[in-house]
Design a protein around this ligand. Structure first.
Ligand code: ASP
Ligand code: MG
Length: 288
């Protein structure tokens, strides 16, 4: 089996999601699909939280826009009889999100716990909706699976949960949200760092001994230089875990730096692929 992770731009629009659907439905082997929030949504959720803390009505306008954006995607990509059932399941999340902002407004204060809770709705919404868009996919709730301490994955507790859920799954496509988790001690929502969906995918790939981890993004792979600054930059076809780690540590944004270690330890190959250019080879990261 493989783990496929799709980032925010890959799940941000109807057209992008059509590509995701195509890529996942054409896989030959079982896959776990890990998704980010719709592009830009995490920042939007934070912005709304800051407005709510000032009791600014703008927070509700943003919640309205978020609702519209997700509903439009569902109305376009979910067909026939399934749409009513799908909207009912997602509506509960819209309702809870709106209530979370009401609580912040009422307290006129934004605590760390409030913020962790509201940002988690990005991946909670995207993962549920994407599981309803992809044929024969099963939704897994990452908040029941991923455990953390101080924004770092609690590997032991998480691996036990993965073994008891995804590890027993016999279907072809599992879908779950990246980034989101619960604190091992308090059980409150406490997410991995920004960009952490890649890390979720790596942890799942490692726990399940996946054949490979594919990071589907909006570029063809790691580049020899920043293409915005250097027109001669080309895609690096193959690199080692160590080279990739060094590039990430120096600020390459292609993957989140903590992603590499869990898969390197198990010698699981990482592919960086472009959702918008499926034919491109991408970058392969291995031991040699
Ligand atoms: N949605 C989160 C963020 O924007 C996590 C991720 O996309 O990897 O940071
Ligand atoms: Mg990212």
């Amino acid at each position: 089996m493989k783990v496929l992770k799709f980032g925010g731009t890959s799940v941000g629009t109807v057209d992008a999601l059509r590509n995701v659907k195509y890529i996942v439905e054409h896989q030959q082997e079982p896959v776990v699909v890990v998704v980010s929030a719709l592009g830009g949504l995490t920042d939007t959720l934070i912005e709304a939280a800051n407005l709510a803390a000032k009791n600014d009505i703008g927070a509700y306008r943003i919640v309205q826009d978020i609702t519209t954006r997700h509903s439009e995607i569902m109305n376009t990509l979910i067909e026939g009889e399934q749409i009513d059932d799908a909207l009912n399941r997602v509506r509960a999340l819209f309702y809870e999100l709106s209530n979370a902002y009401t609580d912040i407004s009422r307290n006129e204060e934004l605590t760390e716990a409030d913020l962790e809770e509201v940002v988690s709705y990005g991946e909670r919404l995207s993962s549920l909706i994407i599981s309803l868009i992809i044929n024969d996919a099963t939704y897994f709730n990452s908040l029941e699976i991923i455990r953390s301490n101080n924004h770092e994955c609690d590997i032991e507790a998480t691996n036990t949960n993965i073994a008891n859920t995804l590890g027993k799954f016999k279907g072809k496509v599992a879908v779950m949200g990246g980034f989101i988790s619960r604190d091992s001690n308090s059980r409150r929502i406490s997410n991995l760092g920004r960009g952490g969906s890649d890390y979720t995918a790596a942890i799942v790939a490692s726990a399940l001994n996946a054949d490979s981890l594919e990071i589907w993004t909006d570029v063809d792979g790691f580049m020899t230089a920043d293409p915005k600054k250097d027109p001669n930059a080309t895609v690096i076809r193959q690199m080692t875990y160590q080279q990739a780690q060094e590039m990430c540590d120096k600020g390459a944004k292609v993957i989140y730096a903590p992603t590499i270690k869990p898969v390197a330890e198990k010698n699981i190959p990482i592919w960086v692929k472009n959702t918008f250019n499926r034919g491109a080879v991408g970058t392969l990261i291995t031991n040699d």
